[in-house]
Design a protein around this ligand. Structure first.
Ligand code: HEM
Length: 153
């Protein structure tokens, strides 16, 4: 197959993964804000919103897998042409940060929130942490997109 066509196929998969992962992060942020407001106004947690946010984890995983597989595919097709460029190295660092932030901060804080709610506590600190976590993820996504498009060197 022509190399240009292969590169474009990977690029389409890459952008699909980006749309899925970044889109899900934004929707999760909005859902969490509605959830935290309902917690304040209605007194109890909305279980359906909690379930919905749990389901979003799978979409995030599919988006991340698409991004990583297609990104690796582009690296192979271009024989690692970008590997030594500074924008790409910073991009990889930011990708690692997004993944670590997701597992070490996001997942942990959500587990902590569920435990606090089960114990009947208010959990205001955890809610604040999760809002900051979402803001950080969206900011990092934005930085990765800027770097990938402008390819600063
Ligand atoms: C959060 C994860 C990621 C995001 C948001 C992201 C986003 C993007 C965007 C917006 C582009 C520009 C497409 C264009 O120029 O038309 C791009 C290009 C690229 N990405 Fe990613 N990417 C991610 C992960 C990865 C990973 C994990 C790799 C490699 C292992 C990778 C490798 C590449 C390469 C090689 C290009 C350049 C393609 C070209 O210009 O020919 N990306 N990425």
């Amino acid at each position: 197959m022509n190399i240009m066509i292969l590169l474009n196929i990977f690029l389409i998969a890459h952008l699909a993964g980006l749309a899925l992962m970044a889109g899900t992060t934004v929707v999760e942020t909005v859902t969490f804000n509605v959830f935290s407001k309902s917690l304040r106004n209605e007194g109890g947690p909305s279980l359906s919103l909690l379930n919905l946010m749990d389901k979003m984890g799978a979409l995030l995983g599919i988006g991340a897998a698409l991004l990583i597989i297609s990104g690796t595919g582009m690296m192979i097709v271009t024989h690692g042409a970008f590997a030594h460029q500074i924008w790409f190295q910073i991009k990889l660092g930011l990708i690692l940060t997004i993944i670590l932030n997701g597992f070490l901060v996001g997942l942990r804080q959500m587990t902590k929130l569920k435990k606090s709610l089960d114990a009947g506590e208010k959990a205001n600190d955890v809610i604040g942490n999760i809002k900051l976590f979402h803001l950080a993820q969206i900011t990092i996504f934005f930085m990765i997109i800027l770097l990938s498009i402008f390819k600063f060197s």
